[in-house]
Design a protein around this ligand. Structure first.
Ligand code: ADP
Ligand code: GN1
Ligand code: MG
Length: 360
C-alpha cells in the first residue's frame, strides 16, 4: 500500500472518469509515478499517469510545470510535424496544470500513452534506431519554441566540471565508512577527469550552440510503439531547458549503447555495444543531423563518454553523501550504478577512434 491516497489526488483533476485503482509504476529514479485505472461514464476503461513531483530535486515545481505545459502545447499544436507528441497535461478542477495537496506535495496528471512501452535495457538495434530518431525529431521540433528561454529547472544540471567539484567535496565531507569502501571507484573517477570539461568548454567558447534540449534522454524516457517499434512519445520533460545537443545524444548512448543493466552488480555482464551505437547514430543523424554544426558532429562520440562519466560521478557522489538524491533499493545501489558508468565510459573511450570515423 502506498503512503499516498491516489483516489483523493486524482479527483482533483479533470479526468471526467471514476477512480477504479492505482499502483506504483515505472522505474524512474526521481519522481513517484502511479498508473491510475479509471472508468468513463459509458463503462469504458481509461488510464492516467499520476506523478508526485520530487520537490527536493525540482525546487520550483510551478516554473517547471510552466515549461512542460509550453513544450507539450507547442508539440501538439504543430502543423505538418514529423513528430506530433501525443502526451498532454490534464488540468486540475481550478484550471491549473498541477495540484498541491495539504501536505505540500505537488502532483500532475498526464494522459496514459497506450500501445507503447519504455525499456530499461536495450533489446535490438531497431529499438536503438527508433528511440534515437524520436529524440532527434523532438530536438528539431523544439528549435522554434516560442515564448523565450525555458526556466532553468536545475541549475548546473549538465555542468560536468561542477559535478566533478561536488564529487571532490563528497570525498572530503561524505560518510567516512563509505569513502573507505569506495576507494577503488574514487580512483576510477579521478582517472577520467580530463573528460569533465569537454562539452562545457565547447559551449563556453561558442564552438557549439546552446539549444532547447531535453537533458535526460535515457532509453526509458522514450516510448516505443509495441507493434512498429517507432518512437511515439518522448517523456520525462522535467529537465527541458537550455543545454547542448551533445549531452542529449551522449545520454541516449549511455543507455541504448549498453549491454546490461544500469545497476548490474556483475561487471562482466556490462559492455558497450558498437552496433547499438551505430543504429542510434543513424537514427539521430537522419533526424537532427542537418541541424548540428560540424563541431557537434565531431564530438558525438566523446559526448557519450562525458555524460556517462558525469552520471557515474553523480551516483558516486550520492553514495558518499548518503543517498539523498537518487532513489535506491539497497545500501550499495548507487555505488553499483557508478561502477557500471565508469566501466562504460572506459569502454567507449577505447572505441572512440572507430566511433569518430563513423561521422564523415
Ligand atoms: P522519472 O522522472 O521518475 O524518471 P518518468 O516521467 O520518466 O519519471 O516516468 C516513469 C515511467 O513511467 C516511465 O519510464 C514510463 O514507463 C512511465 N510513463 C511516464 N509517463 C507516461 C505516460 N504518459 N504514459 C505511459 N507511461 C508513462
Ligand atoms: C534520473 O528521472 P530519471 O530516472 O529519468 C536523473 C538523470 C540521470 C538518470 C540516471 C532529474 O533520470 O539526470 O541521468 O536518473 N534525473 C534527474 O539513470 O536528476
Ligand atoms: Mg524517467
Amino acid at each position: 500500500m502506498s503512503k499516498y491516497d491516489y483516489e483523493s489526488v486524482i479527483l482533483q483533476f479533470q479526468t471526467g472518469a471514476e477512480f477504479v485503482k492505482g499502483e506504483p509504476y515505472g522505474g524512474g529514479h526521481i519522481n513517484d509515478t502511479f498508473k491510475i485505472d479509471m472508468q468513463n461514464d459509458d463503462g469504458s476503461a481509461i488510464r492516467f499517469i499520476l506523478q508526485r513531483i520530487n520537490h527536493l530535486v525540482f525546487k520550483r515545481p510551478d516554473k517547471m510545470m510552466e515549461n512542460i505545459s509550453r513544450v507539450t502545447e507547442h508539440l501538439r499544436a504543430k502543423e505538418n510535424s514529423a513528430f506530433k507528441s501525443p502526451m498532454y497535461l490534464i488540468k486540475s478542477h481550478d484550471g491549473g496544470i498541477f495540484h498541491q495537496d495539504p501536505n505540500g506535495n505537488y502532483w500532475r496528471v498526464y494522459n496514459f500513452i497506450e500501445g507503447a512501452a519504455t525499456y530499461d535495457i536495450i533489446e535490438s538495434t531497431e529499438q536503438a534506431y527508433q528511440g534515437a530518431k524520436a529524440f532527434g525529431l523532438f530536438q528539431l521540433e523544439l528549435a522554434d519554441l516560442p515564448g523565450g528561454e525555458l526556466f532553468e529547472t536545475i541549475p548546473d544540471f549538465h555542468n560536468t566540471p561542477q559535478r566533478y567539484k561536488n564529487f571532490e567535496q563528497a570525498v572530503i565531507e561524505g560518510i567516512p565508512q563509505r569513502i573507505n569502501s569506495a576507494e577503488d571507484e574514487i580512483s576510477q573517477a579521478k582517472k577520467l577527469r580530463k573528460f569533465a570539461p569537454a562539452i562545457t568548454d565547447l559551449l563556453n567558447s561558442g564552438a557549439i550552440p546552446a539549444r532547447v534540449t531535453h537533458n535526460d534522454t535515457k532509453l526509458n524516457n522514450v516510448m516505443l510503439d509495441d507493434e512498429s517499434h517507432v518512437g511515439v512519445c518522448v517523456i520525462d520533460l522535467d529537465t527541458l531547458m537550455t543545454g547542448s545537443a551533445l549531452y542529449d545524444f551522449g545520454d541516449y548512448i549511455r543507455t541504448a549503447g549498453r549491454i546490461g543493466a544500469e545497476d548490474e552488480k556483475d561487471l562482466d555482464k556490462v559492455s558497450f555495444c558498437q552496433e547499438m551505437y551505430e543504429a542510434s547514430l543513424k537514427g539521430y543523424l537522419e533526424t537532427s543531423g542537418d541541424a548540428l554544426n560540424e563541431v557537434e558532429k565531431q564530438n558525438l562520440g566523446v559526448s557519450a563518454i562525458v555524460i556517462t562519466y558525469e552520471v557515474g560521478l553523480r551516483f558516486l557522489t550520492d553514495y558518499l553523501m548518503g543517498d539523498t538524491y537518487f532513489k535506491t533499493k539497497h545500501e550499495t545501489h548507487n555505488l553499483e550504478r557508478a561502477r557500471v558508468q565508469f566501466k562504460m565510459a572506459r569502454e567507449i573511450k577505447k572505441n572512440l577512434n572507430s566511433l569518430n570515423a563513423l561521422v564523415k
